[in-house]
Design a protein around this ligand. Structure first.
Ligand code: ARG
Length: 550
C-alpha cells in the first residue's frame, strides 16, 4: 500500500478539501500530521486551533485513526491503529501504475573501438535502474544501446588497421583509435584519409565493411563482458549510429519538407535558436561538408525510427551533462519537424571525481577503464574482508564490490558531480552498498534460522516495529516519485533509511534469544519478513545481488 496516499486521500475525502500530510519530526506525536485546520482557517478567517478542535472528531471517525490531537498553531497529529498497520504491511506491494506507458530508454551508448571508461558508469547504472523502476511500475520499456559505431573514429581505426593489421584482442583494438588520432593531429594526409574512409564506409565500400565487421565483434564481446560484470539487464536493442543510417534519408526528407535544412559552407544545418534564448544556441549539424552522417543526424533518425517502430509515449536519454546542449538541439528539431509526439527527456549527469575533486584517474594517471575500476573495487573489498578476519568466496566478493560501485552511483543526485573513492564505498558502515547488503543478509539469516514465520494478525507494536513497518509502507510512494522525477537516488536513500530502521529494531528487539517469549518472537519475525521483502525489492531495483553470507 502507498500509505501516504491512502491516508491523505481519506482525510481529504472526509473534510472535502485538500490538505498537506507530513511526517512529524518527533514520531512520538503521531505517524502523520496535517495542516487541514490551517487551510480552513485561511478561507474562513477563524482561529486554526479552534478549527482543529472542531475537525478532530471527524478525523477520529476514520477507521485507521487510533488517536488525533492538536499541536502547535493548529496542526493535527494522527496516530494509526496497530491492526491497520499490520494488515497494510502484510499486503504485497502493489506498484502497477494506473496508466501504463510505452517508454524507450537510451543509455549505455558505448563506443566501438574504445574501452568503456568511468564516464560510462553512470549512464549504465542509472539507466538500468530507471529501466527496472519503469518495469516495476508496469510500464513497457525498450532499452536501446545507441552505440557509437559509424563516425570518424571508424575511419581512423580502419586506416590504422590497413597499415598495421587486424587487432587480436580488445586491448589491442582499443589502442588503435588514440594512436590514429594522435597521428592525424600531426599528419594532415592521414586525417584526410581517415575522413575519406569514413565517408566510403558509410557509402558501402565492401573492403572497409569487412574490416569494420571484424573489429566490431571484438568490441561487442567486450561490451557484453561489462554488462555481465555490472549485472545490467540485457539491452533490448543494440542499435546505434549505423543501425539508424538507413533512416537518415527519410528523416532528411521530413526536415526538407518543413524547410528546416539550410546549407552552410557545404554542410547542412538546422537553426534552432529562438528569441527567448539567452544562452548561446548554435545550429544543429545534420550533415558535414565531407558528406558524413553526424551525431545529431543519427539521433534524429533514431527518434524517427523509434517512433515508427515502437510508438513510444516517452523517449528518455541518460548521458553525461556535456551532451545537454546536443539533446536540446535534437529535441527542438524533432518537435519542429514533427518527428514524434513522444515526451522527450534527457538526464545529464555530473562527473565522477577523485578525492581531490579532479576527474578520477587510475594510479598511473590515465583515464580509468571500467573493467579496471571494477577490479580495483574488488581488490578493496578483498582487503577489507581479510582485515576483518573473514573468509568469503569470490562470488560474494564480486557481489559486494558490485553493490559498492552501484550504490554509490545511485546515491547521489544524478546531476551533481560526486567523489569516487574505492576505499570509502566499500566500507561496511555508512551510506554504502555493502552496508545495505549486510543488512539484507542479516535478515535472511534470521529468517533462515527461525524457520516458520507466522502470518496471522499480531498484537501491539513497539516503537521500533511501528516505525519500520510504516517505512515499508512508504516504498510504493518512493518508487513512484523516483520514476516521476527520474530521481533514482531516491531508491538508494530509501534503502539506506530503511536499513537504519531495521538495524535499530534489530538491536533493541532481540528475536531468537532464549529469553524472548514465543508471541514476541513470532511478532518480531513477522516484522523481519516484511522488512526483508521490501528491502529485497529495493535492492532488486538497484540491480544488486544479495549474497548468502557476509
Ligand atoms: N556514444 C555516445 C558517447 O559516448 C553516447 C550516446 C548517447 N546516446 C545517444 N542517443 N546519443 O558520447
Amino acid at each position: 500500500m502507498n500509505l501516504y496516499k491512502y491516508v491523505s486521500n481519506a482525510i481529504n475525502d472526509k473534510l472535502g478539501f485538500v490538505a498537506n500530510l507530513e511526517t512529524p519530526r518527533n514520531r512520538a506525536f503521531g505517524d502523520f500530521s496535517t495542516n487541514a485546520a490551517m487551510v480552513m482557517a485561511k478561507s474562513t478567517g477563524k482561529n486554526p486551533r479552534e478549527l482543529a478542535a472542531e475537525i478532530l472528531p471527524k478525523l477520529s471517525e476514520l477507521g485507521f485513526v487510533a488517536d488525533a490531537s492538536v499541536a502547535g498553531p493548529g496542526f493535527i497529529n494522527i496516530k494509526l491503529k496497530d491492526d491497520f498497520i499490520w494488515a497494510a504491511a502484510k499486503e504485497p506491494h502493489n506498484t502497477k501504475s494506473e496508466k501504463a506507458q510505452k517508454i524507450d530508454l537510451d543509455y549505455g551508448g558505448y563506443n566501438v573501438g574504445k574501452a568503456l571508461h568511468i564516464g560510462h558508469l553512470r549512464t549504465s547504472i542509472v539507466g538500468d535502474t530507471f529501466n527496472r523502476i519503469a518495469k516495476f511500475l508496469g510500464h513497457t520499456t525498450k532499452s536501446y544501446n545507441h552505440i557509437g559505431d559509424w563516425g570518424r573514429p571508424m575511419g581512423l581505426i580502419i586506416a590504422w588497421i590497413l597499415e598495421y593489421g587486424m587487432p587480436q584482442s580488445a586491448e589491442e583494438l582499443n589502442k588503435m583509435y588514440p594512436a590514429s588520432t594522435a597521428r592525424a593531429k600531426e599528419d594532415e594526409a592521414w586525417m584526410a584519409r581517415a575522413k575519406e574512409i569514413t565517408a566510403e564506409l558509410q557509402a558501402g565500400n565492401p573492403e572497409y565493411r569487412k574490416i569494420y565487421d571484424d573489429f566490431m565483434k571484438i568490441s561487442l564481446a567486450q561490451m557484453d563482458e561489462v554488462l555481465k560484470k555490472l549485472n545490467l539487464l540485457p539491452f533490448d536493442a543494440t542499435m546505434g549510429e549505423r543501425g539508424v543510417a538507413p533512416y537518415v534519408a527519410e528523416t532528411q526528407k521530413i526536415l526538407e519538407a518543413k524547410n528546416l535544412l539550410v546549407e552552410s559552407d557545404g554542410a547542412m544545418i538546422v537553426n534552432v535558436k529562438t528569441d527567448e534564448d539567452t544562452a548561446p544556441m548554435p545550429p544543429l549539424m545534420f550533415r558535414t561538408s565531407s558528406d558524413t552522417q553526424t551525431y545529431a543526424a543519427a539521433d534524429l533518425s533514431a527518434i524517427y525510427y523509434r517512433t515508427k517502430t515502437d510508438s513510444p509515449d516517452v523517449i528518455g536519454y541518460f548521458t553525461d551533462s556535456r551532451q545537454n546542449l546536443h539533446f536540446q538541439q535534437v529535441f527542438r528539431v524533432a518537435k519542429m519537424a514533427g518527428l514524434t509526439n513522444a515526451e522527450l527527456f534527457h538526464t545529464g549527469f555530473g562527473a565522477l571525481t577523485g578525492a581531490d575533486g579532479k576527474p578520477f584517474k587510475t594510479r598511473d594517471g590515465g583515464v580509468a577503464e571500467l573493467l579496471d575500476i571494477i577490479d580495483m573495487v574488488n581488490d578493496a573489498v578483498r582487503t577489507r574482508v581479510k582485515e576483518a578476519g573473514k573468509e568469503l568466496d569470490d562470488e560474494t566478493i564480486s557481489a559486494i564490490a558490485l553493490a559498492a560501485v552501484k550504490f554509490n552511483d545511485l546515491l547521489h543526485d544524478v546531476r551533481s558531480d560526486y567523489v569516487f573513492d574505492p576505499n570509502q564505498i566499500t566500507s561496511f558502515e555508512g551510506r554504502t552498498g555493502p552496508y545495505i547488503l549486510y543488512t539484507a543478509v542479516r535478515l535472511n539469516s534470521v529468517l533462515k534460522r527461525a524457520g516458520e514465520v507466522s502470518d496471522s494478525i499480531m498484537g501491539q507494536l513497539s516503537e521500533e516495529e511501528r516505525n519500520l513497518l510504516i517505512a515499508t509502507l512508504d516504498f510504493e510512494r518512493t518508487v513512484q516519485t523516483a520514476f516521476d522525477n527520474r530521481a533514482t537516488d531516491m531508491i538508494a536513500n530509501y534503502a539506506y533509511d530503511l536499513c537504519q530502521l531495521i538495524n535499530t529494531f534489530y538491536h533493541n528487539c532481540p528475536i531468537l534469544r532464549d529469553d524472548v517469549d514465543a508471541a514476541t518472537r513470532a511478532q518480531r519475525l513477522a516484522v523481519v519478513r516484511i522488512a526483508r521483502d521490501t528491502l529485497a525489492s529495493a535492492i532488486d531495483l538497484m540491480g544488486l545481488k544479495i549474497p548468502e553470507e557476509m
